[in-house]
Write a protein that binds this ligand. Structure first.
Ligand SMILES: Cc1cc2nc3c(=O)[nH]c(=O)nc-3n(C[C@H](O)[C@H](O)[C@H](O)COP(=O)(O)OP(=O)(O)OC[C@H]3O[C@@H](n4cnc5c(N)ncnc54)[C@H](O)[C@@H]3O)c2cc1C
Length: 438
């Protein structure tokens, strides 16, 4: 009997996933994948499609971690703007990297279509509403850089944002028509079904406890059986734990919590995100929000370290909903949940070759629905022998963050600092009479 998932809107509304069980007997495969989130399952799908035998080993139930819990916003590109990526990686490699991350949403929506995944997918775009005047110039730069590359990205006036978001709070914004939304757990379960149809194995409640290299092969020890494979992909992201300690130490993990209202009445819903876009605003501690298929407002924001998502720990989420949409009045909140986001020091995702035949991809900085799906394909391509020069993403050395424990404290301090910066911005804008944040 599979363990129940933690309570969330997605667990309550997704169709049941495939029946999965732990691994009971020794197995030899071409590729063993650790972790059944988007990264691991996308890698498995591409490898199995290329005729490789694959086993995905998942420590928990399918969807218990970030890929089953996130906001379902399919966001194109990375947090770093395209010109900067080209400066960092050179004109030719940088341009390939930009093109591949720009196409992340295409990959997600193609997989959904090709594999018939029922996950309430919509592709009406992603909005970045500006919370202060000072956020507008960077948005204008971003829009111009994408427009030069032919992307359907446009800068919006305050009035246009008000019409699209249904809130008068914002000073302007950016609309990226490449983005969209999915029911994240349903998307994950659909990927799992596609992997199983390709005759790859997915084993749940099956943590990899030890990873050993012996005679040019890897041995992955799980509680009841050992898997042997010449190639291994670690797809463990924010939940890497101690298996490959240096991997966990290469990211800082921060909690993000979400709340969902009861389905909005037609009167409440009138004017709120009428085009069905997803939105992530420009506060340093950003709020991301969207409607789900039944018209609930789903809003996410920073979580509290060590706290369980619930009415007490999500009070600032309630405040955010009321600030953005005062017209909602006394709306009822029915779900609270959250998970961990893996942040990297350079704000870029990372693809590492840790040892011969051992790859890892992680660090999506809160933008993993498209990027983890893409990373899965990149990891599969690399496993299938694509060279460094051909791959559309740089393979970089693993760099654990020095004094990692200290870095985690620093992350908490940084969150407090960014909160203070946001408060100062609110205060300044209020004094200038420019914005109406309370
Ligand atoms: C609350 C929240 C909201 C988010 N919202 C968005 C959003 O709206 N849009 C967006 O683009 N991104 C969002 N993200 C980020 C996105 O969810 C992640 O980047 C993405 O899901 C990462 O996928 P993954 O497969 O790499 O990792 P995960 O989905 O975390 O999967 C890793 C898996 O590895 C398993 N594992 C770890 N160690 C072992 C082991 N030793 N043996 C076996 N298995 C192991 C874990 O159990 C886990 O299932 C959000 C994240 C959170 C937490």
């Amino acid at each position: 009997m599979p363990a129940a998932l933690p309570q969330s809107l997605w667990a309550a509304t997704a169709a049941a996933g495939p029946a999965l069980v732990p691994l009971e007997r020794a197995l030899r495969v071409d590729v063993a994948i650790i972790g059944a989130g988007y990264t691991g399952l996308a890698a498995a799908l591409h490898l199995a499609g290329a005729g490789r035998s694959v086993a995905v080993l998942e420590a928990r139930s399918l969807g218990e971690r970030a890929s089953g819990l996130n906001g379902g916003q399919v966001i194109p590109g990375l947090k770093t703007d395209p010109d900067t990526l080209e400066e960092l990686f050179g004109a030719e490699r940088g341009a390939r990297l930009v093109a591949s991350v720009a196409a992340g949403p295409d990959l997600v929506f193609d997989l959904i279509e090709r594999h018939g995944i029922a996950c309430d997918a919509t592709r009406s775009g992603w909005i970045q509403p500006a919370t202060s005047e000072s956020a507008l110039p960077p948005l204008a730069t971003r829009a111009a850089q994408w427009q030069r590359r032919g992307a359907a990205v446009e800068l919006l006036t305050a009035r246009a944002v008000a019409a699209l978001v249904g809130s008068e709070r914002y000073c302007g914004g950016l609309l990226d028509r490449r983005g969209g939304t999915v029911q994240p757990l349903a998307y994950l379960r659909g990927l799992a079904r596609a992997v199983l149809r390709h005759h790859a194995g997915i084993f749940t409640q099956c943590p990899v406890l030890h990873l050993r290299r012996a005679a040019r092969e890897w041995q992955l020890e799980t509680p009841r059986a050992v898997v042997t494979a010449p190639a291994v992909i670690a797809a463990t992201n924010a939940y890497s734990g101690g298996l490959i300690g240096a991997l966990q130490r290469s990211v800082v993990t921060v909690p993000s919590f979400q709340v969902a209202t009861a389905p909005l009445t037609p009167a409440q819903r009138a004017g709120i995100l009428p085009g069905g876009q997803a939105a992530s605003d420009t506060w340093h501690l950003l709020r991301y929000f969207r409607l789900d298929a039944s018209g609930r407002l789903v809003l996410g924001a920073r979580g509290t370290f060590g706290a369980v998502p619930g009415p007490r720990s999500c009070r600032h989420h309630y405040r955010a909903v009321h600030e953005i949409y005062p017209q909602l009045g006394d709306v009822r909140f029915e779900y609270h949940w959250g998970g961990l986001v893996a942040m990297t020091r350079d704000h870029l995702p990372h693809l590492h070759e840790l040892a011969p035949g051992l790859l890892a991809g992680l660090g999506y900085n809160g933008r993993g629905v498209a990027m983890a799906t893409l990373m899965g394909r990149l990891l599969a391509q690399r496993t299938l022998g694509m060279s460094d020069a051909e791959l559309a993403f740089p393979v970089t050395p693993l760099r654990p963050i020095p004094f990692h424990r200290g870095a985690s404290f620093a992350a908490r301090a940084a969150i407090q600092y960014l909160r203070a910066v946001d408060l100062v911005t609110r205060g300044r804008d209020r004094l200038r009479g420019r914005a109406s944040w309370t």
